[in-house]
Design a binder for this molecule. Sequence first.
Ligand code: ADP
Ligand code: MG
Length: 215
Amino acid sequence: MHNMRKEHGQERKRQDKRTIRSFYKNKRAAMPDLLVGELSQQISQIVLASEWYQSAALVFFYYPLGKEVSLLPVICDALRQNKRAAFPKVVGERMEFYEITSLAQLKEGCFHVMEPDTQITRLVCEQPDVCFVPGIAFDQKGGRLGYGKGYYDRYFAHADRRQATLAGCAYAFQIVDELDTQAWDVRMDLLLSENGADVIERKNIKRDVSGNRFR
Ligand code: ADP
Ligand code: MG
């Protein structure tokens, strides 16, 4: 009886996640390109000005797809500054990160995403200082709703990868009060949007004097 109720609860959560996903996906798809570009620029500037980015040596990025927040200015900066920059490559149910030294080392892969060419790039085994995480929606506690495949949840489930600062990247409208998350959902340490970088209370990330915000 107890188990049945639990299973029913899980099924309801899956349904809820699907409904919320399609709502925010549609909302983002309706954004004019000009706005995507403008907000992505603002978000990139916030990152570039931050202490946590400037002090990072190894950074995990994602290559923007469609209307996702584009951190291309940050990616270019990282490559110019000789930071180590790595990108995800999807292999079946898993995701691995490969280090690139030039954008030319990316090529179109799974789901039309630009992925590192594994013939010429190196697999990164160590944990990053910062990992930028795309998402469909985030909540104030760092909860994240992804695309529904759990790639980031699985990647960061390993205990030895928990030290990384996970920075959820979103437009402000994608950040909600509370999402109904599940046990395996990894929490973000920072929420990035055009309104600033909000620290989620979990780790000792350096703050500026104004409190919660870096900007
Ligand atoms: P997303 O995070 O992309 O929104 P979900 O959180 O709904 O997706 O997870 C999608 C699937 O991935 C779930 O069915 C879940 O069972 C699986 N999953 C997530 N994390 C893990 C993990 N650490 N190990 C194994 N499977 C996982
Ligand atoms: Mg998840």
